[in-house]
Design a protein around this ligand. Structure first.
Ligand SMILES: C[S@@+](CC[C@H](N)C(=O)[O-])C[C@H]1O[C@@H](n2cnc3c(N)ncnc32)[C@H](O)[C@@H]1O
Length: 332
């Protein structure tokens, strides 16, 4: 012991953080948007990150953890320590966990906001934990979810890198740019670690930027020289790297492990049937995994061009309906 060790060193060392170890039955809980128009896409995205299921609107349970800030629609989460339908049950379960820590904080999320009992549940948890409350820099971060189903206590998990969210504020924005959380979800549904990705209708560069921020090799192209310049400036603004070219998508030659894109669909510009068919025929040569979003039905054009559609996800049917086509290109 050094001369200037704190007087209470023995008390601190006796109360190191103590939580139940991760066992084979560990359950992870991820919160995601409750906006109805995005539920299908959000659930599909979470499934692509960890096998699991939705237990109630906005709550996803899985057997492995999700770094929720890397999901377009994730809003929080961690390892589930307790789930109780009543306050009495909650008290018994949390007491049995015997949580010990020098300091702890409890974040509360009501799902939906009208869910009752959060104050009482928080007090019960605080009473059952051995340690002092410290909301600024807690050694143990607890997360309480209160819903109509009951009370879930989580050990807050690693959120991961949520830098992609910054790309909602690009210096050069295009009115018809893809909303970043939809772009991020499409990326998660399509790309694998280490992939190269091409967006042949890159506009302001949203998708190549998201890909670069996720550590992929990003390529983008667009028919408009001005938008290629703007996309380059946007990507440089975030310190990310992508290779960009002015190319008509009908003539693009850049191959990639996957393509994620939103071709023009009726808002200010539109691809005529012939042009769409020529684009689809060309993209098929460039990648085996192609995900496109459109507010027009592309099923017939995709099938006619030889794509196998593995899934169609509908987004925001009540406001601005879009369809996300996940496809694969069979080997010739
Ligand atoms: C819906 S916008 C893409 C928006 C983009 N995802 C973003 O977030 O900014 C469609 C883009 O396709 C481009 N475009 C239109 N026809 C094209 C073609 N034949 N080849 C390549 N790009 C084309 C337009 O210039 C426009 O930037």
């Amino acid at each position: 012991m050094t001369r200037d060790a704190p007087d209470d060193w023995y008390r601190l060392s006796a109360t190191a953080v103590r939580v139940p170890p991760v066992g084979p039955d560990a359950i992870y809980c991820t919160l995601f948007t409750r906006e109805a128009g995005f539920a299908e896409l959000a659930e599909a995205e979470l499934r692509s990150l960890a096998d699991g299921h939705v237990v109630e609107p906005g709550v996803y349970l899985s057997a492995s953890p999700i770094r929720w800030a890397e999901a377009g629609f994730g809003t929080g989460g961690g390892r589930q320590l307790a789930f109780a339908t009543t306050l009495e049950e909650l008290r018994a379960q949390v007491a049995a966990l015997d949580l010990r820590t020098p300091t702890f904080g409890i974040k509360v999320r009501r799902v939906p906001r009208a869910a009752q009992g959060s104050q009482a549940a928080k007090k019960i948890i605080a009473d059952c934990v051995t340690g002092d409350v410290d909301f600024a820099e807690p050694r143990l971060s607890l997360f309480l979810i209160v819903s109509h189903r009951g009370f879930r206590l989580l050990l807050e998990g690693d959120p991961g890198d949520g830098r992609w969210r910054d790309s909602a504020h690009k210096p050069h924005n295009l009115m018809i740019a893809i909303p970043v959380r939809i772009g991020q979800a499409m990326l998660n549904l399509t790309a694998r670690p280490g992939d190269s990705l091409l967006d042949p209708f890159c506009g302001s560069g949203t998708i190549p930027l998201l890909a670069a921020l996720a550590g992929l090799t990003a390529y983008g192209s667009d028919i408009s020289a001005a938008w290629v310049d703007n996309a380059a400036a946007n990507i440089a603004h975030f310190g990310a790297q992508a290779t960009l070219r002015r190319v008509d998508a009908r003539d693009a030659t850049q191959r990639a492990d996957c393509i994620v894109s939103n071709p023009p669909y009726g808002v200010f510009s539109h691809l005529e049937a012939d042009a769409l068919h020529a684009v689809l025929r060309n993209l098929k040569r460039l990648s085996r995994r192609v995900t496109l979003v459109s507010s027009e039905h592309l099923e017939d054009a995709l099938v006619a061009a030889g794509y196998a559609i593995s899934r169609v996800l509908t987004v925001e049917p009540e406001r601005f309906e879009r369809f996300i086509y996940l496809t694969s290109v069979p080997l010739a």
